[in-house]
Write a protein that binds this ligand. Structure first.
Ligand SMILES: N[C@@H](CCC(=O)N[C@@H](CS)C(=O)NCC(=O)O)C(=O)O
Length: 221
């Protein structure tokens, strides 16, 4: 199998954490694909986005929730996404929440870096800040159930990937103060090899990105 990936994408990181946690990582050929490379990505994914998984029979799979659900059928450990029942829907919903957090963080960043700055919409940024703060609070509620002796399922993997992106891009956002359960859980999860081995980094040979034109805010009281 071949995974089209990148150095910083939280969705790619989610897939990679999933691969490590299920013991499937060794069987993967990782290919760093620039989404702007129309010739490689567009024929495989009409949306031109990564992550993109080419399965052993050459089938292209996207997006990250679909890839993870597929990968969960390939290993013989306990499922990270239970196939049925309330836990299935709870975990899928938390994945959607975590992915939405990453979406808001990503959209906000692109908007805050808009050039020329006169085109930047502060309203749009404010709306993403609201989504970021509310999503983090909702994940804090979820994290209250994630004890150190419980299993690490896909809800935690998706949350770790999104939170890793928040920490990478918005290191000054004071979320830990408002989300103590999430913060304590993240401290634990951050020590897992699946997390440390998949840290985002600036692409080789590319300069560090410019600082945010508009610093992120915790918008709730
Ligand atoms: N919902 C998608 C989101 C994927 C996504 O937005 N990927 C970004 C990288 S972080 C991308 O490829 N963007 C390139 C583009 O939109 O042209 C998933 O979960 O896989």
């Amino acid at each position: 199998m071949r995974l089209h990936s990148s150095y910083t994408s939280p969705y790619v990181r989610k897939v990679k954490i999933f691969l490590v946690e299920t013991g499937l990582f060794e069987g993967i050929e990782e290919m760093f694909t620039n989404p702007a490379d129309e010739a490689v990505l567009r024929p495989l994914n009409p949306l031109g986005k990564i992550p993109l998984l080419e399965t052993d029979d050459g089938t292209p799979l996207f997006d990250s929730p679909v890839i993870c659900a597929y990968l969960d059928t390939l290993h013989d450990r306990p499922r990270l996404i239970p196939a049925t029942g309330a836990d299935h829907w709870r975990i899928r919903r938390t994945e959607a929440l975590a992915d939405g957090l990453a979406d808001a963080a990503n959209l906000r960043r692109n908007e805050a870096l808009r050039d020329p700055r006169s085109l930047m919409s502060q309203d749009f940024i404010d709306r993403q800040d609201l989504a970021i703060s509310h999503a983090l609070l909702a994940l804090d509620l979820e994290a209250k159930g994630w004890t150190s002796d419980g299993p690490v399922l896909h809800d935690q993997i998706a949350t770790a990937a999104a939170l890793g992106y928040i920490v990478f891009r918005y290191e000054n956002l004071p979320w830990r103060l408002h989300c103590p359960a999430l913060s304590a859980w993240f401290e634990r999860f951050s020590r897992r090899p699946s997390f440390t081995d998949t840290s985002p980094r600036n692409p080789p040979g590319r300069p560090a990105p410019p600082p945010q034109a508009v610093a992120p805010n915790w918008v709730l009281a």
